[in-house]
Design a protein around this ligand. Structure first.
Ligand SMILES: NC(=O)c1ccc[n+]([C@@H]2O[C@H](COP(=O)([O-])OP(=O)(O)OC[C@H]3O[C@@H](n4cnc5c(N)ncnc54)[C@H](O)[C@@H]3O)[C@@H](O)[C@H]2O)c1
Ligand SMILES: O=C(O)C(=O)C[C@@H](O)[C@H](O)[C@H](O)COP(=O)(O)O
Ligand SMILES: [Zn+2]
Length: 348
């Protein structure tokens, strides 16, 4: 089971099997204030009776050092040893933060991911990127550390707000754009509402796992998974982390997908027709984010903190045709600002 991703009705029983092993000294479950209410009842029958609950407030602004301290304080108070297991029950905020906290506690204890949002089920729980935001910058502190295993149960999505479901869909679209043209062409005609996310989750997880297996530490091809994020993270940092304005990760990534597709056209990699297909599809799912022309230069500056950069060069992942991402494409702050202005001019 180590390092595996289990998807479907067998997932939670398989988690129980891991947690009841004699080698596990104690189980700690990290939740946020929403997953404590909406998701814990479904997980609880699969947990040992003496598990310890650690709750952080919900929201990206709590993917912070202060929330890590909450986790570390509880682990310390309960004298958790290196045989303890941390179960992260939540969306990407909980899986990123809980994974990071576990990876640092006593130089690392095991953790498992039980993702409860579409975004965390198709992307955040898989691949071993963990971390927190710092001083208004996304994922500025973090480590690569694979979870012991990931357990994906679609039933958790039943209580999720449709806006959050859409947010997760942005990462699915990203996966299609970088590596699966057929899926993009077929699925964009079906729209984003479905009763059964499992096939889409399976395909997204498999696609991400293939890329991560090739390059777990993001020295090369893993940068493909960051398509939409040079601009997306800049928007998210500027709007949400610095100004407390409305924007979800997936919503910012969706805008980033459009901007970086436009950059791909400017670099002669993508046709205008393909760009049109991408932006029409993105705007069929997402409303336009609310920032204005005057803010585009300030937003673009945030790309200078992107983790793919080398010195002052901003290395963006672009598309050489739909379904074919290319990484390490140098772009300038001015080009990013121009892509944001292009995005604002589009009809949504
Ligand atoms: N590590 C990675 O590879 C990776 C990949 C993508 C995104 N991320 C990170 O993931 C984060 C975004 O994750 P997210 O979109 O899941 O956000 P989130 O964790 O903030 O969850 C969204 C909201 O839904 C609530 N929620 C979660 N599950 C629920 C459920 N089943 N029912 C009702 N409410 C529920 C949460 O409490 C929260 O309010 C960002 O910080 C992003 O940087 C990480
Ligand atoms: O797994 C990856 O690699 C990704 O880039 C997936 C992204 O969707 C995710 O948002 C990730 O957390 C971004 O990482 P960062 O290194 O740009 O902070
Ligand atoms: Zn992302």
């Amino acid at each position: 089971m180590e390092n595996s991703v289990i998807i479907g009705p067998d997932a939670l029983p398989a988690l129980a099997e891991l947690l009841y092993r004699p080698a596990v000294s104690r189980v700690f479950v990290v939740v946020d204030s929403h997953t404590a209410r909406a998701c814990l009842p479904l997980l609880e029958p699969h947990l040992p009776a003496n598990y310890c609950l650690i709750e952080i407030p919900a929201g990206e602004e709590y993917k912070s050092l202060a929330s890590c301290e909450v986790v570390w304080s509880q682990l310390t108070a309960q004298r958790a040893d290196r045989h303890a297991v941390v179960v992260n029950l939540g969306g990407g905020v909980v899986t990123d933060l809980g994974g990071f906290a576990a990876a640092l506690y006593k130089r690392g204890i095991r953790f498992v991911q039980v993702p409860t949002t579409l975004l965390a089920q198709v992307d955040a729980s898989v691949g071993g990127k963990t971390g927190i935001d710092f001083q208004g910058y996304k994922n500025q502190l973090g480590v690569f550390q694979e979870p012991a295993a990931v357990f994906i149960e679609q039933k958790f999505l039943e209580t999720l707000d449709p806006r959050q479901v859409k947010s997760g869909y942005a990462e699915v679209i990203k996966h299609w754009l970088i590596a699966d043209a057929d899926a993009f062409n077929t699925n964009r005609r079906l729209g984003w509402l479905t009763d059964d996310w499992t096939p889409i989750i399976r395909e997204s997880v498999a696609l991400k796992q293939r890329i991560v297996a090739e390059d777990p530490l993001e020295a090369g091809p893993r940068k493909l998974l960051n398509f939409g994020h040079t601009v997306g993270h800049a928007i998210e940092s500027y709007l949400l982390l610095q100004a407390g304005r409305e924007a979800l990760h997936g919503e910012a990534v969706a805008a980033g997908l459009v901007c970086e597709s436009w950059l791909s056209v400017q670099h002669g990699l993508l046709s205008a027709e393909e760009l049109d297909k991408i932006e029409t599809f993105v705007f069929s799912v997402f409303d336009k984010l609310s920032f204005v022309l005057m803010e585009t230069a300030a937003i673009a500056e945030f790309a200078l903190q992107d983790k793919k950069n080398a010195g002052t060069t901003i290395n963006c992942t672009l598309l050489e045709g739909i379904g074919n991402g290319v990484y390490d494409q140098p772009v300038t702050v001015a080009e990013i600002a121009e892509s944001l202005r292009y995005y604002l001019r589009l009809q949504s």
